[in-house]
Design a binder for this molecule. Structure first.
Ligand SMILES: Nc1nc2c(c(=O)[nH]1)N[C@H]1C(S)=C(S)[C@@H](COP(=O)(O)OP(=O)(O)OC[C@H]3O[C@@H](n4cnc5c(=O)[nH]c(N)nc54)[C@H](O)[C@@H]3O)O[C@H]1N2
Ligand SMILES: Nc1nc2c(c(=O)[nH]1)N[C@H]1C(S)=C(S)[C@@H](COP(=O)(O)OP(=O)(O)OC[C@H]3O[C@@H](n4cnc5c(=O)[nH]c(N)nc54)[C@H](O)[C@@H]3O)O[C@H]1N2
Ligand code: SF4
Ligand SMILES: [Mo]
Length: 728
């Protein structure tokens, strides 16, 4: 019997609605849901991987433990008891911080983990928290915290109404957008052009997005902050600055004028590779457009000046009068508004009799033990994880718990971390694969696959360019005997409690109650108390009746109401950012010219349409065909070194070297080499039968844990100095 069902794809930030046809319980087709108000039928080639994941025989369904004879299936009870006993024992012996937690990217794509992982993570009571944030969007979040008072009040390009968009360091046609939930982004960009608007791309590679743009400008990796300073200089010099509708809520515009005055285009043109005329024209065109938005993403976050660049992008949007303005850069108003929690917390913690503690700001409240890098929202930069494991002394990490992460493939100086993980006394992973990271675990606890759980995109509705809301129930029941994320996290949290008699009984009752209420109760509660609870009588029951989701309209102006700064002002010149200009000046204008450098090329990353970071390579349909883990090199750089297309080259950096086949292509800016991340599945102990046959190599063997955005501690995965030569 055929049956049509609706669900949501949780693989990337586009959160596409899916229409699935089942026959006798088997998926026979996955299509885009045309009635979804946000994705309107869009899907990408990855959606089919949801089915492959569900069916994958390599996917764990039950917990396993490592034994001398290999992995052995164990009961849930044994898994939970072993993990929590080990955590407690190690903490008793070495202190609370001896146990660290790393949470990976899929955590935010998983509603049950979003709601319940924190109960377990908090129960560990360690300071050693890490996540994929610090190999990703930390600079954007830090800038939002400093300028708007909340690290998740992210300014979003109003793509559907804009007349002009500059895309810096992002390739949304392939990545499907990030910190910009805009499914079908290619169509949306085309529509800008159809209404006589312009799309400009600034990127060291002529990407798929650049190919459809009205203009593409090559830029030397790592120099975007200089370009933006020059753009702001032009803005003031041409008297084009305006604060538009947010004028009454901005402070420090004059400070910005002062800061940028010494960066005329002439000063940065040679360094960036973009000439003075192009810079001036870009600013004029941007300001002449009825509305315009400048959007920068991972290419400029994960580089040495990530924070500076993201700050200057926001400042440029504000000072061109485009913030909080339709067609410009705006903020969402999600139905499940988890940002609102901060406001209510603030207003309820008025007086207490405890001695005054230093107020937490969310940034640099504490510093990592070895390298003294600042924390962000209670997390240390993941570039410090390996040294925190390897450096002896009080507070040394002795055990690691990971959830939904694969840092051995995704974080810099991967081989150092890979070795460090072998030094741990204990490691447990919540993951459904035995991969490059989890192979080091003593215990692996598997959650169900995406189609076996409900989905509500708490985070991505918050990052969407249109306000919508959608709930999808689990399409399949989890396999018999397996547990949900909710059950896993609540049970682990429960077993972390001190077993006094009273708390044991009450605690158990509470745990069982929360398991029963589950994520749905939380979602319903939040929808009801959210901004559409009254106006649209929104609740979960109502949402469930609309499986395609509901449209809540375009982004609306919301300043000053939505600001979280105490003075209700936008801080245009946060001290943290202003101070970092000194570092930029030192590198580009004050250092004596470096002598010939061993590493004469700059390494950047690349995504392709059939990958999702490190973890979809076990789907044959996604890896089949020609190998895609290639180094892209410009013909001039190749011929100088007598490298021919298809040859294998040796790429070397300060920390490591890899052999990789090369594709010689004019897509690249001369002096720049591009290698995708997420590959390198040949490591011993990996149990991914398909991925191992399409292993590729791990580019994060080359990236350097000491090469970072010094302000935030974010990894600089782009602009890494490397050398290449022929030969395996
Ligand atoms: N197909 C696919 N989609 C994905 C993912 C995936 O792995 N595969 N991953 C998902 C995730 S987790 C994220 S965060 C998003 C990221 O989404 P995007 O930010 O769109 O990511 P990329 O496609 O890597 O684009 C980054 C661009 O920055 C350029 N770049 C590198 N260095 C510099 C520089 O110094 N300056 C400038 N101006 N540009 C530079 C690169 O050439 C590249 O084109 O994608 C998501 N979507
Ligand atoms: N050189 C370079 N490195 C990069 C990047 C780059 O552009 N260049 N991009 C960076 C970016 S943007 C990101 S986000 C990171 C990603 O870094 P990570 O989050 O560390 O790694 P992922 O590759 O996303 O691996 C996700 C893991 O979660 C598991 N998993 C999937 N779904 C679930 C689930 O629902 N629950 C649980 N418990 N497990 C699940 C998968 O099996 C896999 O092991 O990589 C970063 N690394
Ligand atoms: S664009 Fe992203 S959300 Fe949409 S189908 Fe592809 S992977 Fe899934
Ligand atoms: Mo990411």
């Amino acid at each position: 019997m055929k049956q049509t069902c609706y669900h949501a794809c949780n693989l990337c930030e586009a959160i596409c609605g899916l229409e699935l046809t089942l026959e006798d319980g088997e998926i026979i087709s996955i299509k885009g849901d045309k009635k979804d108000p946000l994705s309107k039928g869009h899907i990408c080639p990855k959606a089919i991987a949801l089915q492959d994941l569900y069916n994958d025989p390599d996917r764990l369904r039950m917990p396993v433990k490592k034994t001398s004879e290999g992995w052995q299936q164990i009961s849930w009870d044994e898994a939970f008891d072993t993990v929590t006993d080990k955590i407690k024992n190690i903490q008793k012996q070495h202190g609370k911080n001896a146990v660290a937690v790393y949470q990976g990217n899929p955590t935010v794509h998983n509603v049950e983990a979003m709601i319940f992982a924190s109960s377990f993570v908090r129960s560990i009571r360690t300071s050693n928290h890490f996540s994929a944030t610090s190999v990703d969007q930390l600079p954007e979040q830090l800038v939002s915290l400093l300028m708007f008072g909340h690290s998740l009040l992210i300014p979003l390009p109003d793509l559907d109404r804009t007349d002009f968009v500059i895309i810096i360091g992002a390739n949304p046609v392939v990545s499907n957008g990030s910190l910009m939930t805009a499914p079908g982004v290619k169509k949306r960009l085309k529509k800008i052009q159809q209404r006589n608007g312009k799309v400009i791309v600034i990127d060291p590679r002529k990407t798929e997005t650049a190919n459809m743009a009205d203009q593409h400008l090559f830029i030397k990796p790592g120099t975007d902050a200089l370009l933006l300073l020059a753009m702001l200089q032009v803005l003031f010099a041409e008297n084009l600055q305006t604060l538009g509708s947010v004028a009454a809520y901005c402070k420090d515009m004059e400070k910005i004028r002062e800061l940028v005055k010494d960066y005329p285009p002439e000063k940065v043109a040679d360094i960036t590779g973009i000439n003075t005329e192009q810079i001036r024209q870009l600013v004029k065109d941007f300001c002449q457009a009825k509305s315009a938005t400048c959007y920068g993403r991972i290419g400029v976050s994960t580089h040495e000046y990530g924070t500076l660049t993201q700050w200057l992008i926001v400042v440029f949007n504000v000072l061109s009068g485009n913030l909080d303005f339709p067609g410009g850069t705006m903020f969402s108003q999600p139905a499940f508004d988890f940002l609102a929690r901060k406001k209510s917390k603030k207003s309820t913690t008025k007086s207490n009799s405890k001695p005054q503690q230093k107020k937490r700001t969310g940034f640099a409240d504490k510093f990592s033990r070895v390298r003294k890098l600042p924390d962000f929202n209670g997390e240390f930069p993941v570039v410090t994880l390996a040294e925190e494991i390897l450096t002896e002394g009080e507070g040394q990490i002795k055990a690691l718990i990971t959830n939904a992460g694969n840092p051995v493939l995704s974080t810099p100086n991967a081989q150092k971390l890979d070795k460090a993980l072998q030094e741990l006394d204990f490691m447990a992973c919540i993951d459904f694969y035995i991969n490059e990271t989890t192979r080091h675990a003593d215990i692996i606890i598997p959650p169900p696959s995406p189609l076996e759980r409900p989905q509500y995109d708490i985070v991505f509705h918050t990052l969407a360019i249109q306000n919508t809301s959608r709930f999808s129930g689990a399409l399949f029941k989890p396999d018999k005997g397996s547990l949900t994320d909710t059950e896993i996290f609540l049970e682990l949290a429960h077993r972390m409690q001190k077993p006094t008699l009273g708390s044991k009984i009450i605690g158990r009752m509470k745990t069982e109650l929360f398991k029963k209420l589950g994520a749905e109760w939380v979602i319903n509660h939040q929808l009801k108390k959210g901004p559409y609870g009254k106006s649209h009588q929104l609740n979960l029951k109502k949402l469930k009746k609309q499986p395609h989701g509901i449209d809540l309209g375009p982004l609306q102006p919301c300043i000053p109401d939505r600001l979280f700064t105490e003075d209700k002002m936008i801080h245009l010149a946060p001290e943290v950012c202003v101070k970092d200009l000194k570092r930029l000046n030192q590198q580009f204008f004050q250092q004596s010219k470096a002598e010939e450098h061993e590493f004469d090329l700059l390494l950047i990353g690349r995504r392709d349409p059939r990958t999702n970071n490190s973890w979809l390579h076990n789907s044959y349909r996604l890896v089949k065909g020609k190998p895609r883990c290639l180094a892209f090199v410009h013909p001039d750089d190749a011929s100088k070194r007598e490298i021919t297309d298809g040859a294998t080259i040796l790429v070397k950096s300060r920390v490591g070297e890899i052999s990789i086949p090369v594709a010689v292509t004019e897509e690249m800016m001369p002096g720049v080499i591009s290698i995708p991340h997420g590959w390198g599945h040949q490591l011993e102990g990996v149990k991914l039968s398909i991925a191992e046959q399409h292993a590729g190599v791990n580019t994060n063997v080359l990236t350097d844990e000491l090469f970072i955005d010094k302000v935030s501690g974010n990894a600089a995965l782009n602009g890494v100095p490397v050398s290449i030569r022929c030969g395996a």
